[in-house]
Design a protein around this ligand. Structure first.
Ligand SMILES: O=C(O)C1=C[C@@H](OP(=O)(O)O)[C@@H](O)[C@H](O)C1
Ligand SMILES: C=C(OP(=O)(O)O)C(=O)O
Length: 426
C-alpha cells in the first residue's frame, strides 16, 4: 500500500495558503445551476472525485457541464427545472453530497433513475430522504431494502405540497429536498421531524438557493416554504474550502506558528470557519480579515466542545488535542459514525495506535495528551483521516500515513500543499 512519511518541522510553521474551492459549495452550485433557467458560470470550483462524480452524473442526465480546469470554472447549461434524460444509472463513488442531492434532483425528472456508490456508500443511510420522496408521491426505494443505496427512482415529477424529512442522521437529506423544491409542480413545504444535525450546511443551502433567485421562507425553525419557480442562471464564485483550511490552521496551532488562509472570513458561507474559534478556545489567537483569516499558535489547553455543527473538523481538533496541557472532550458528533468511515471509532483507534489514552463515548471522545510514538496510520479510505493525522507528524517523528491518495475525494493536492507550507517555513 502507498504511504507518505511526515517529517517533523523544527520551527513554527509560517505561511499563507488558499485551499481549493469548497466541495459543499461546488456540489450545491452544480445542482442549482443544473435546474436554473439559462447558463451559469461557476468560478473557484473544486476539482476532485466528489465534484467529478457530480459532473459525470449531470452529464448522464443530459445536463451538460463544460469544465475549464485551468480557469477553475464550470459552465453549466441550466435546463429550467427539467431533467432531459428519462432514464440513467448514476455512479457516486462515496460522495454523500452527490448521491443525496442527485436523488432529489432525479425525483424532479421524468422516468426511471438508479443511483449507486462504492461499498462504503452502500453502508451510508439514505432512507430518510427516500421515505420523504415516497411520501410526496415519488416511487423511491432502497434497492436492497437496507436503508442504504443503491436507490431506485421512478417519477413523473416532484409534486408540490408538504414533505417531512428526518434530520438526525444527516443534514444532506434536507438540503437535497430544499434544492429540488423550486422544480416541483407547485409550492413545497419541507418540515424536519426531530433533531437536525449540521445546521450550518442547511444555512449554506438556503443562502445559495436565494443567490440563484429562489423564494424561500422559514416561518419557524426547520419549517421551509419554497415557491415553485426556476432558479436563474448566473456567475457564482465558490469560496475556498473551510474544512480543508482547518488542517492549515491546526498546523499553526501544533507548531506554534502563524498561518494565513486566503479567501475566507468571518461571514463565509461555510460554518467550518468556526473551527478557528475552537482553536482560540484552546489558547490560540486569530485575526479575522475581510478576505483572510490568520491563526497564531500559542500554548494549548484542553477544552470540552460540542462539534455537531462543524463535525468535518472534529478529526482535525482530535489531532491538535494531543498537544494540549490537559484533556479535550469532543461531544455530540455521533453522526460522524455514518460518514466515510465510523469516524469516532477510527480516530480513537489511530490515536491509541500512537500510544495516547483516548476514551470513546457514543457521541464522541476524550483525548488525554501524552507522548506520541512512531506508527503507520490507517486511513480507512477517509480523506479526513489522512489529512488530520498528518498533523501529528509535524511534531512527532515516525508518523507514516497509509493510502494518502484517499485525499483525492476532496483535496488531491493536500500533501503537496502541506509540504510547500512546511518548506516555506524553513
Ligand atoms: O451538506 C454538505 O455539504 C455536507 C454536510 C455534512 O454532512 P452531514 O449533514 O451528514 O453531517 C458534512 O459532513 C459533509 O462533508 C458535507
Ligand atoms: C462527510 C463528508 O462528505 P460526504 O458526506 O459528502 O461524503 C466529508 O467531506 O467529510
Amino acid at each position: 500500500m502507498e504511504s507518505i512519511d511526515i517529517l517533523p518541522v523544527l520551527w513554527p510553521l509560517k505561511g499563507r495558503i488558499r485551499p481549493p474551492g469548497s466541495k459543499s459549495l461546488t456540489n450545491r452550485a452544480l445542482i442549482i445551476a443544473a435546474l436554473a433557467q439559462g447558463p451559469s458560470h461557476l468560478t473557484g470550483v473544486l476539482d476532485s472525485v466528489d465534484t467529478q462524480v457530480m459532473i459525470d452524473s449531470l452529464g448522464r442526465l443530459q445536463i451538460p457541464v463544460s469544465v475549464d480546469i485551468a480557469q477553475r470554472t464550470f459552465h453549466v447549461n441550466g435546463q429550467g427545472g427539467k431533467i432531459p434524460s428519462t432514464g440513467a444509472e448514476l455512479w457516486c463513488e462515496n460522495s454523500g453530497t452527490s448521491i443525496r442531492f442527485l436523488t432529489a434532483l432525479c425525483a424532479a425528472g421524468s422516468g426511471r433513475y438508479r443511483l449507486d456508490g462504492n461499498s462504503r456508500m452502500r453502508e451510508r443511510p439514505i432512507a430518510p430522504l427516500v421515505a420523504a420522496l415516497a411520501s410526496a408521491g415519488v416511487k423511491a426505494r432502497c434497492e436492497l431494502e437496507n436503508d442504504c443505496p443503491p436507490v431506485q427512482i421512478e417519477t413523473d415529477g416532484l409534486p408540490g405540497g408538504r414533505i417531512r424529512v428526518g434530520g438526525d442522521l444527516s443534514s444532506q437529506y434536507l438540503s437535497a429536498l430544499l434544492m429540488a423544491a423550486p422544480a416541483a409542480s407547485a409550492g413545497v413545504t419541507v418540515e424536519v421531524t426531530g433533531e437536525l444535525v449540521s445546521r450550518p450546511y442547511v444555512d449554506m443551502t438556503l443562502e445559495m438557493m436565494r443567490a440563484f433567485g429562489a423564494n424561500i421562507h422559514e416561518p419557524q425553525t426547520n419549517h421551509f416554504e419554497i415557491a415553485a419557480q426556476p432558479y436563474v442562471g448566473r456567475t457564482y464564485d465558490i469560496e475556498p474550502d473551510a474544512s480543508a483550511a482547518s488542517y492549515f490552521f491546526a498546523a499553526a496551532a501544533v507548531t506554534g506558528g502563524e498561518v494565513t488562509v486566503l479567501g475566507l472570513h468571518r461571514n463565509a458561507l461555510q460554518g467550518d470557519v468556526k473551527f478557528v474559534d475552537a482553536l482560540v478556545r484552546m489558547g490560540c489567537e486569530a485575526d479575522w480579515g475581510d478576505d483572510s483569516i490568520t491563526l497564531r499558535g500559542k500554548p494549548l489547553h484542553g477544552i470540552d466542545i460540542d462539534m455537531n455543527e462543524i463535525s468535518d473538523t472534529a478529526q482535525t481538533l482530535a489531532c491538535v488535542a494531543p498537544f494540549a496541557s490537559g484533556p479535550t472532550r469532543i461531544r455530540n458528533v455521533a453522526h460522524m459514525r455514518l460518514k466515510e468511515t465510523d469516524r469516532v471509532s477510527a480516530v480513537v483507534t489511530e490515536l491509541q495506535r500512537v500510544g495516547l489514552t483516548v476514551e470513546e463515548h457514543q457521541d464522541g471522545m476524550t483525548i488525554t495528551p501524552g507522548p506520541i510514538r512512531p506508527a503507520e496510520i490507517h486511513t480507512y479510505d477517509d480523506h479526513r483521516m489522512a489529512m488530520s493525522f498528518s498533523l501529528l507528524g509535524l511534531k512527532a517523528p515516525g508518523i507514516r500515513i497509509l493510502d494518502p491518495g484517499c485525499t483525492a475525494k476532496t483535496y488531491p493536492e493536500y500533501f503537496t500543499d502541506l509540504d510547500a507550507l512546511c518548506r516555506s517555513a524553513r
